[in-house]
Each structure stands twice: as structure tokens, then as C-alpha cells.
Design a binder for this molecule. Structure first.
Ligand SMILES: *Cc1c(COP(=O)(O)O)cnc(C)c1O
Length: 499
């Protein structure tokens, strides 16, 4: 490691955060695909199969590699990327990026592998887990009933808004055609309202970054179906006037929707139901430690107050009247009276729900309360250590700094050179060149200091350096549009173009 502070070498002491493997991989060494490494092909002996000829194939050219070659291939690939197991991952608004290994173990238990078409009597344990998870989430959110079906937070929003619409319709209030959303809200809120058939009324923030009550008053009317709020909001600020906001919305007959993406700031301390919210989603991959992103299966359960329960998706799980011979409770599926229907196969993404259940059960009340304390402490500590301007505060679990004259996207690229993952950038738009940062409850003070060192080193750098970053990653400035529209599926093509 060099001590030469005069260069732009990120391996200087300003930040001792690089991982040297990245440099090794980057030195023009693209990792070939397994089929490209292969010298020969294995004859898998399809001709010897006892299966009928028309069910077998002999054109399957599998690569032939020794075990170490195979292990090295995957090890190298793992070194070319940055993952949650490589270092801190302070993306704001996505809250927890913690995927404990024990929840994976629980989901991998043979007893977790149940066929969804089995009879209710034969899956009593499965139903009990789902029932208890509904109950946990209801108690955590202060909600009377919960559906586990929606497969993501955004899907949960859609379900919540459809449930609200069904409720209004049922009460002869189908004319309500507006959903009010603060301008600092996540894009999925606007998309949800529009997809749900509503007109979106966008609400400006006040100068503190919170809901502007005068603007809200002006936006509310007998056409208001719902107000969607994230609390703490996407700036990490708690809406202090939430009770007054709830009264204002309820006074015109509207419903209050809670976007649960930031729930881990409040866990064990405050409940949306007690603040006056009528319907909410939980992002289990943000708050309850299930794997996030990559397009994989997720879960976005929705909780509602009693008045909305009859409209929830079908089926849900409840305790049956009957008991087993040994006096144990039994569980059954049922369709709520005015259900909006089925929004996902069976009960949703079962194994994701198993992980959320395992996490909540393991932490318990005390652990959940401790998690929210550390999330908030870590965000405020990191905010106090970085040299970028942090216009609002004090914060809950995340803060939004401004990159000022620097381009936030360039800042993010450059942070990669310091061996840390950058924060979310350019959003929310009410902070210019936003760096939306959420360290999460899992990082140590040492890691937070390394993150701060990376921020502060980048803050000193020239536009020239920033525009050229990252220098040290396997891939540099990726053309994301072309990558999505015409993906190159072989490293050969990439390597050839590069030379
Ligand atoms: C992540 C997020 C969502 C969407 O949730 P997904 O589970 O990613 O679909 C909605 N609102 C906010 C504030 C978020 O951060």
C-alpha cells in the first residue's frame, strides 16, 4: 500500500479500503465462460440411457474442467463484483441489506420444502408459520389483519391501493379518483396510484423537508381516495405532524397509506397503526433480512385496519375452530368476504416468508428495538463524519447529503475505487446531487469510519478524476441502455472490443 498522498491513487492512506483482488482481476483479465475454457467436451453417455431415444439428447456439449479450475472460475467471478459479503452497502431507501446466514439455513430445512398443492391437513406446520407471521407483522405495524401474498413492496402498494379502492367502492364512494403523494416519495408510489386508476396529486415539501400542511389542506377534497406517506420519509425525517395529517385525511373520508420501506427506523418504538395509518406494506427484504434485488423472489405483505380486512386478497390463513386430538390449534385457508381476489400463486413467496419469520422470531421484541436504535445511531454518526453538506436533520435511519458542485453519479463511480459501495444517488430530487445514504444497523464504527474516509477523499477530488472513475473495477462506465437492449453474452466479445 502506497503512502504517496500526492497522487490520485485510492490505495493511499486516505482510505485503506480497497480490496486488492479487484486490481488483479481488472488487469485485462476477463474471466472466460466455462464453455470457452473448455478444451474437450464430455460425452455424457446419453446413448446408454434407459430412457426412450426420443426423450434423450446427445448434442449436449458440457465443458470438461478439473475441480480446481471450476472452483477458481467461480472464485474469480465473485472477486469481480461487489456484494454484501464484500463490504458496506449504504444504498439509501433500500434499508436493510443484511441477509443472515441462519435464515438461509432455516429456509433450506427439508421440512420447508412443501408442495403448494398439498391438503390443508397435511401442511398444518406451514399454515401455522404463515399465521404467526401475519400476527407478528400485524403487531409490529399496529394493523388488525395482514396478507402475505404480494411478492414485493411495489406489489404490496398495488394491493393496498386496490383494497382502498374496493373499500371506497363498497361504501358508495367510487367517485374518489385522487391519490395524494409527496414529491419526495419513491417512484413506485406514483406508479401504483396511476396503475390503480387514480389521478396523482403531487404534494410539495415544506422547507424542513416534511409534508407541507397548507399544501395538504389545499390538495384534500371529497375526491381524495388516499394519501401515501413514507415515515420517516425518504430524507430520513420523521413526519412530526403525522397525527394531524391523519385527522385531515380522515376528515375528508380518505385513507392513509403507509409505505413501509423505512419501517426499520421505527421497529419496536412506534407503529404506523397508532399514528393513524389504515393500510401499509412491509418490505421484508428491507426490514426483516430477506435477500434483496437481483430480480429474485421477494415479499411485500400488506397490513390493514379492521374496516379494510374484508377486501384483502384471498386466501388468508386463520385459526380453525377445530382442535387436534392433542388440543393443539389447527389452521385453515379462507377467502375474505369482499376479497379483491388472488394476487399471487398460493400464499406468496413461501421461502422468503420463512426467512422473515425466522428473523423476527430470533430477534424478538428486544432485538427489533435494538436494530432500530443502531440503524438510527449509525446514520447520524456517519452524517456527522462526512464533509459533504447534509442539508436536513436530525435523521432516522438514513440521511441525504448533497454532492454540491460535483456530479453525484461521478461521486458514486469514484467511491467504487475506494473499495466501498456508493449510496443511492440523485434522489430524492429535493436535494441537489443527492447522496442518499443508509449505513444500516449492522455496520461497526470501524466500517463507518472507512465509509466516511471514502466520502471525504472523493469530496476533495477534481472533476477530471471523477469523470474518469472508476479506474479499478472490472467494468468501468457501463452503457446501461445498450446492456439492457443488446446484451453481449460472451466475455470474448467484451475482451476483444477492449483491446
Ligand atoms: C424500495 C421502496 C419501495 C418499493 O419496494 P420494492 O420492495 O423494492 O418493490 C417503495 N417505497 C420506498 C420508499 C422504497 O424505498
Amino acid at each position: 500500500m502506497s503512502n504517496d498522498q500526492t497522487t490520485n491513487d485510492p490505495t493511499t492512506d486516505a482510505s485503506q479500503v480497497r480490496y486488492d483482488q479487484a486490481r488483479y482481476v481488472n488487469d485485462g483479465q476477463y474471466e472466460p465462460l466455462l464453455s470457452e475454457k473448455d478444451q474437450t467436451s464430455v460425452d455424457i453417455g446419453a446413448g446408454d440411457s434407459p430412457l426412450p431415444d426420443d426423450l434423450t439428447r446427445d448434442d449436449l456439449e458440457l465443458p470438461e474442467l478439473s475441480e480446481p479450475e471450476l472452483a477458481r472460475h467461480y472464485t474469480r467471478l465473485s472477486q469481480m463484483i461487489y456484494g454484501i459479503d464484500s463490504g458496506p452497502y449504504p444504498l439509501g431507501s433500500c434499508t436493510m441489506k443484511y441477509n443472515p446466514k441462519f435464515t438461509e439455513d432455516v429456509a433450506a430445512l427439508p421440512s420447508a420444502a412443501v408442495h403448494p398443492d398439498r391438503s390443508e391437513e397435511s401442511i398444518q406446520g406451514t399454515l401455522e408459520l404463515l399465521y404467526r407471521l401475519q400476527d407478528y407483522l400485524g403487531r409490529i405495524g399496529g394493523m388488525d389483519a395482514v396478507t402475505l401474498q404480494p411478492p414485493a413492496g411495489a406489489a404490496g402498494e398495488f394491493v393496498g391501493i386496490r383494497v382502498a379502492a374496493a373499500y371506497h367502492e363498497h361504501n358508495g364512494e367510487g367517485h374518489r379518483d385522487e391519490v395524494i403523494i409527496p414529491e419526495s416519495a419513491h417512484g413506485t408510489n406514483f406508479a401504483t396510484a396511476a396503475l390503480g386508476g387514480y389521478d396523482v396529486v403531487s404534494l410539495p415539501s415544506d422547507e424542513d423537508g416534511r409534508v407541507d400542511l397548507d399544501a395538504l389542506e389545499a390538495a384534500l377534497s371529497e375526491n381524495t381516495a388516499a394519501l401515501m406517506l413514507t415515515n420517516p420519509n425518504t430524507l430520513g425525517l420523521f413526519e412530526r405532524d403525522i397525527e394531524e395529517i391523519a385527522d385531515m385525511v380522515h376528515d375528508v373520508g380518505g385513507l392513509l397509506y403507509y409505505d413501509g420501506a423505512n419501517l426499520n427506523a421505527l421497529l419496536g418504538r412506534a407503529r404506523p397503526g397508532d399514528m393513524g395509518f389504515d393500510v401499509m406494506h412491509y418490505n421484508v427484504h428491507k426490514t426483516f433480512a430477506t435477500p434483496h434485488g437481483g430480480g429474485g423472489p421477494g415479499a411485500g405483505p400488506v397490513g390493514v385496519v379492521a374496516e379494510l380486512e374484508p377486501f384483502l386478497p384471498a386466501p388468508r390463513v386463520r385459526e380453525a375452530d377445530a382442535e387436534t386430538n392433542s388440543g393443539q390449534a389447527t389452521y385453515e385457508l379462507f377467502d375474505p368476504d369482499h376479497t379483491i381476489g388472488n394476487v399471487h400463486g398460493f400464499q406468496g413467496n413461501w421461502l422468503v416468508l420463512v426467512k422473515a419469520f425466522a428473523y423476527i422470531a430470533r430477534l424478538g421484541d428486544e432485538g427489533l428495538t435494538d436494530a432500530s436504535a443502531k440503524a438510527v445511531l449509525n446514520a447520524n454518526y456517519l452524517a456527522s463524519q462526512i464533509e459533504y453538506d447534509v442539508p436536513y436533520g436530525p435523521f432516522h435511519h438514513e440521511f441525504v447529503a448533497s454532492a454540491g458542485d460535483q456530479d453525484a453519479a461521478d461521486v458514486a463511480k469514484r467511491m467504487l475505487d475506494y473499495g466501498v459501495h456508493p449510496p443511492t444517488t440523485k434522489w430524492p430530487e429535493i436535494v441537489p446531487e443527492a447522496l442518499m445514504t443508509e449505513p444500516t444497523e449492522i455496520e461497526s464504527k470501524d466500517t463507518l469510519d472507512r465509509l466516511a474516509a471514502a466520502f471525504n477523499a472523493v469530496a476533495q477530488e477534481s472533476d477530471e478524476v471523477l469523470e474518469d472513475a472508476p479506474e479499478r473495477t472490472t467494468a468501468r462506465r457501463i452503457d446501461q441502455t445498450s446492456a439492457a437492449r443488446s446484451p453481449r453474452l460472451s466475455w470474448h466479445e467484451l475482451a476483444e472490443e477492449d483491446t
